[in-house]
Design a protein around this ligand. Sequence first.
Ligand code: KG4
Ligand code: ZN
Length: 363
Amino acid sequence: MVLSITVLGIETSCDETAAAVLRLDGGRVHLMSDIIHSQLAEHAPYLGVVPEIAARAHAEIADRTVTAAMDAAGLGYGDLDAVAATAGPGLIGGVLVGLMTGKAIAQAAAIPFIPVNHLEGHALSPRLAADCPFPYLLLLVSGGHCPFLEVGGLGQYRRLGSTIDDAVGEAFDKVAKALGLGFPGGPAVERMAASGDPAAYAFPRPLIGRPGLDMSFAGLKSAVARAAETATDEMAKADICASFQAAVCDVLAARSAAALAAFASGDGEKRFVVAGGVAANRTIRAALEAAAAREGARLIAPPARHCTDNAAMIALAGAERLASGLVDPDDGLSAPARPRWPLDTLSASMAPVYGSGRRGAKV
Ligand code: KG4
Ligand code: ZN
């Protein structure tokens, strides 16, 4: 086992251009720099992420972002042991920018390049700060994904259930759009919900009480959109946001409780991790915390900065892979950009639940 590993991580799969330098020292994580440039201003007028605009914005600032991360860490490229970049899943134009930037630096510095699955980055993100040994149960709630995954170890992911239609973050974004709250929707809905009555609207709680761990948010989203048509004042909008958030909390808490009841950690402590952009939501965190406590589990949620997209989690995935020898023999230079790249390839190919698509399952 190598004692100290220093990795530059690059993340460009959606609308954040991010670079971070991380050192893994005898298993301890030292985050030496962590730069995140959000493209919110570029996408806000369109109320969503526009792939072409994202790709151009990444291309414009990827170099500068990497330089800023290296400077903030006080290191030169010669001090790195590897470069890791998100190779998918995500918007292909953005993924290509990060991938090519990472490969070029790795080749110039004659060090390994490690292509990282963005979802593995989220799955490992709690290990950036918290004491979070394997195995743990993970609920990954982001803009495009919503699976329950059993994380057995590095590279060992088993999907237990997921959404059968929209991801939770997507539902937040669509609700915000219906209410004219702008983009991104999640934080706007959370802010608005703070002054609303969560019992004002009886929105559906899809699939609650049914067997299995799958979830559905499309019907809830449509019910909210219909209610939004009649909401004229700020008070009604706040009530809709609070009631929608309460329905999401109920669904996630009930499914999490069922997932936890079926999950055996083997070491006496059940660890339940919630990660991804939606995990930044305080009401959802509180609901999951309560569900975890009822099941005798410990909830671990990364700080909000590392719930949304960041490069620290990509650098960590790269460093952990290098430390464990889980790297491509050809240094990853031939790794393709993959718009779709399920973490758990086996279950995804047997039962693709979220957008199976022509070229395979997305999640
Ligand atoms: O993980 P992430 O940054 O990007 C993806 O990989 O998708 O997640 C972004 C999603 C968006 O849908 C955004 O609206 C949602 O996370 N989100 C939130 C909050 N902050 C971000 N949803 C609810 N409450 C929040 N505070
Ligand atoms: Zn993400």
